[in-house]
Design a protein around this ligand. Structure first.
Ligand code: FEC
Length: 307
């Protein structure tokens, strides 16, 4: 009989209903309640993308697709899926508890974020380790997959498809903006964090593999902590690129995210588009990886590398 291995898929999490927004936001702020104005601002952003985020359903579908992919890839192992979220139930700790109840002794973990940062992937892994230690569950972590050939192939195809929608004569006036979630600068510098280098590597690979001529790297969705965050912010970058090069088409690939959610639907499709509209240039944003076989295949391949 094949051995049952836990597959712990970890992701950010999103409110399931409006009344979840406050506790969710409080959790993001490490237990510090948001002010009325901050809460209203977040509620308004959710309203602007249709009420709530599509993230919850997509996280589940992505996790199931990864589990199916693994069960097809391994003959001698049976993977059983557990989903653990960072800021809402089922929390990472709940998922580990369920693994223990099911008698799981060994598991592989993956975070639905392609680039490693100690703040993001590192902290998910740390929480999983801490929860698993008392039960002696052995965990093997996927740390990143930004360099996986199928991941790059997914985004290369999307960039080329988008370029094909732009008249050939405008390709010289088209720029690709490759971005990930910003993080506080101090956090990156103190930990000698590979996060900025990993985003840079993704951008370079896209420049090498796709037909795009001009590529710029930016950061998005910066928080309001009063301290410096990684920049340039994608909105400022859009204005600078326009001022310096008069590009007419801007293609945004938020490669630090893996599906549509608040940060893509609002920060890219609403905020970056508003800047493009203001400048009189065209906004383009290819579809996100979701459950595309190339994206799921990239994660399965990375799991095969480490496990
Ligand atoms: O669709 C949704 O409902 C949720 C979308 C969502 C994703 C996401 C991913 C990342 N975040 C990262 C870092 C930070 C830092 C802070 C922070 C704050 C927020 C807030 C919301 C939010 N994040 Fe998020 N993030 C998403 C949503 N994030 C809502 C709170 C209000 C706001 O600032 O907009 C600042 C925390 C603090 O104040 O101390 C830092 C990183 C990722 C990508 C990696 C990952 O998915 O884990 C990094 C999706």
């Amino acid at each position: 009989m094949s051995k049952t291995i836990g597959l712990l898929v970890m992701a950010y999490g999103t409110p399931y209903k409006e009344s979840d927004i406050e506790p969710y936001y409080t959790d993001i702020r490490h237990g510090k309640k948001p002010t009325e104005a901050e809460l209203e601002d977040l509620k308004e952003r959710y309203k602007a993308i249709g009420g709530l985020s599509p993230l919850a359903g997509m996280t589940n579908r992505q996790a199931e697709a990864i589990c199916d992919g693994l069960n097809q890839a391994y003959d001698d192992k049976e993977f059983k899926l557990y989903i653990g979220l960072k800021h809402i139930h089922p929390f990472i700790e709940d998922a580990v508890e369920s693994m223990h109840e099911d008698g799981i002794e060994e598991a592989v973990t993956v975070v639905l974020a392609p680039h490693y940062s100690s703040f993001s992937v590192g902290s998910y892994n740390e929480r999983a380790q801490k929860a698993a230690a008392p039960y002696d569950i052995k965990l093997t972590h996927v740390e990143h997959y930004y360099q996986q050939p199928k991941f790059i192939q997914y985004w290369t195809e999307k960039v080329n498809e988008t370029l094909n929608e732009i008249p050939q004569e405008a390709h010289d006036d088209t720029v690709l903006v490759v971005s990930a979630h910003s993080l506080p600068k101090a956090l990156i510098e103190d930990n000698n964090d590979p996060y900025p280098d990993e985003l840079h590597a993704t951008a370079e690979l896209l420049q090498q593999h796709s037909d795009i001529k001009h590529v710029a790297e930016g950061w998005q969705s910066e928080g309001n902590t009063g301290t410096p965050w990684l920049g340039p912010d994608v909105q400022d970058l859009t204005r600078t690129l326009y001022d310096e090069h008069q590009y007419k088409h801007f293609i945004y690939t938020p490669v630090g995210f893996v599906c549509e959610h608040l940060e893509v639907l609002y920060d890219n499709d609403h905020e970056c588009k508003a800047v493009c509209d203001d400048l009189g240039v065209k906004y383009h944003r290819p579809t996100m990886p979701d459950t595309d076989p190339l994206f799921i295949g990239a994660i399965v391949d990375e799991i095969k590398n480490v496990f």
